[in-house]
Design a binder for this molecule. Structure first.
Ligand code: PXP
Length: 237
């Protein structure tokens, strides 16, 4: 079973464009769950241009599926996650002003830092995942940080998919095998879409969760949120 976690950052971006509460982020999150999403993901960034820190506090008590908070483990982020205690925290190595996550961790260079941060989260009972590319060394070393899972950064797959799907997916299949071999669960995300998701799902073993935001929210403009979530869920069967 591969779970679909809907990343609702784009809903917050739309809301923030006018300063009011439309669309209502909490209501959208609950509707995503009602329409079949098996998790909700948020990525609060330091400038709060998408999801705000307060949104994260507000979402926690109302969500009934797995809450996943992504972000760079700055002091303020760590404090937020420890207080909110989501089901999962996904650590990304984003510099503060970046448009969207654009690289995975160097788990060798940052092993000590990650180990320390992850130990803190684990002591609060929070599942931990590290955002990572397909380099086998980085994946095997991720296990040394104490992380429960890795999230495979799928941008490289998505951008190469059209030209040669088999070639695009091969490093991800091998990465998933290496992660599983090292005792790590496998999540994936970034630029997954209705076009490429089913192929990814069919070709990458051990896939526990995908988190999808941009394409899903764009598709919802045409198909509606309920239909869109159902369509994405069908790609995972
Ligand atoms: N995973 C991580 C770590 C991300 O930063 C993002 C984007 O916020 C996603 C997954 C989802 O990517 P997309 O919006 O392209 O579906």
């Amino acid at each position: 079973m591969t779970k679909l976690s809907v990343n609702i950052n784009k809903i917050a971006t739309l809301r923030n464009a006018r300063g009011g509460n439309m669309p209502d982020l909490l209501r959208t999150a609950l509707d995503c769950e009602r329409y079949g999403a098996e998790g909700i993901t948020v990525h609060p960034r330091p400038d709060e241009r998408h999801v705000r820190y307060q949104d994260v506090y507000d979402l926690k008590p109302v969500l009934t599926t797995e809450f996943n908070i992504e972000g760079y483990p700055s002091e303020i982020f760590i404090d937020l996650v420890m207080k909110v205690k989501p089901a999962q925290v996904t650590l990304v190595p984003d510099p503060p002003g970046v448009l969207t996550s654009n690289a995975g961790w160097d788990t060798i260079k940052h092993e000590r830092f990650l180990k320390e941060v992850i130990a803190g989260f684990k002591s609060c009972g929070i599942r931990t995942s590290v955002f990572i590319e397909t380099d086998e060394k980085m994946i095997r070393n991720a296990a040394k940080t104490g992380a429960d899972r890795v999230e495979l950064y799928t941008e490289a797959f998505a951008s190469a998919y059209k030209a040669d799907p088999q070639k695009a997916v091969l490093p991800f299949r091998m990465a998933a095998e290496a992660a599983n071999d090292s005792g790590l669960g496998v999540n994936a995300g970034h630029d997954l879409s209705l076009e490429n998701l089913h192929f990814f799902y069919q070709n990458v073993p051990h896939l526990l969760e995908v988190s999808i935001g941009h394409a899903l929210i764009c598709d919802a403009l045409y198909y509606g949120l309920e239909n869109t979530i159902q369509m994405y869920l069908r790609q995972l069967k």
